[in-house]
Design a protein around this ligand. Structure first.
Ligand SMILES: C[S@@+](CC[C@H](N)C(=O)[O-])C[C@H]1O[C@@H](n2cnc3c(N)ncnc32)[C@H](O)[C@@H]1O
Length: 224
């Protein structure tokens, strides 16, 4: 059995009971969706995971997205999660028992290298997924500081993958416009134009010196 088949079998077992499936989906902050609806919203994210590697989900809730990405990705992944909510972290540890030590009760703002090391977590990851909270529109300094912190968690050559589920497509477009000004054009995007749900990712460039006249990509944006 391949890793993907192993994880797919585990996921099928979890989702077999529709009531349990709904509870798990609600534990990931999505109300009233069955597994088919959840999968159609979340599965495109797996496409952005283009190779084996470590994956951190920022705001992992009960770990359902991580559990699903293990099954949906064609590449073997080592999952990690942080969430500010301690109950969610307990639930994530229960849902990912083999990776229980990979989940920590931490705010994104507190994910410094020192704090991650103190919790026994790596300080950077090949993939960082972050479902940008609907109430975070990058209009305030602390919103931008969150983005900087998320970027700092990506290994050079890795991907910062942002997900937007706001039903208000204009809100998502304006967040993406802000992010594009800050980080350059995304290196990849998925999602129907004119609808709220969208995924966009940026590759973190290696820390090589660049001419100031060629701003592009995450490294430059962080210097700006
Ligand atoms: C909508 S759920 C996302 C669940 C999963 N990542 C997904 O995309 O399906 C958002 C989660 O972010 C967490 N959260 C909110 N603010 C946070 C912060 N500052 N740092 C870490 N997690 C946070 C919430 O507790 C919640 O569990």
């Amino acid at each position: 059995m391949t890793h993907a088949e192993h994880h797919a079998a585990q996921l099928r077992q979890l989702m077999d009971d529709p009531r349990r499936a709904r509870e798990l989906i609600e534990g990931s902050c999505v109300l009233g969706a069955d597994f088919t609806a959840w999968e159609s919203m979340r599965r495109p994210l797996a496409y952005a995971l283009d190779r084996p590697g470590t994956l951190l989900d920022v705001g992992c809730a009960n770990g359902l997205l991580l559990r699903c990405l293990l099954a949906w990705s064609v590449h073997p992944l080592v999952p990690y999660g942080v969430d500010v909510n301690e109950d969610a972290v307990r639930a994530a540890r229960a849902l990912l028992p083999e990776y229980a030590t990979h989940v920590a009760a931490l705010s994104l703002a507190a994910c410094t290298p020192e704090e991650l090391t103190r919790r026994g977590l790596p300080t950077s990851f090949d993939f960082v997924t972050w479902s940008v909270w609907d109430d975070l529109d990058f209009s305030q300094d602390w919103h931008a500081a969150y983005l900087e912190r998320a970027l700092a968690l990506v290994t050079p050559g890795g991907r910062l993958i942002l997900a937007f589920y706001d039903p208000d497509a204009r809100a998502t477009q304006s967040k993406l416009a802000w992010l594009t000004r800050r980080l350059g054009d995304p290196d990849g995007q998925i999602g129907p134009a004119g609808q709220g749900t969208r995924f966009a990712w940026w590759v973190k460039e290696p820390q090589t010196p660049r001419a100031p006249s060629t701003p592009r990509g995450v490294t430059d944006a962080r210097r700006a």
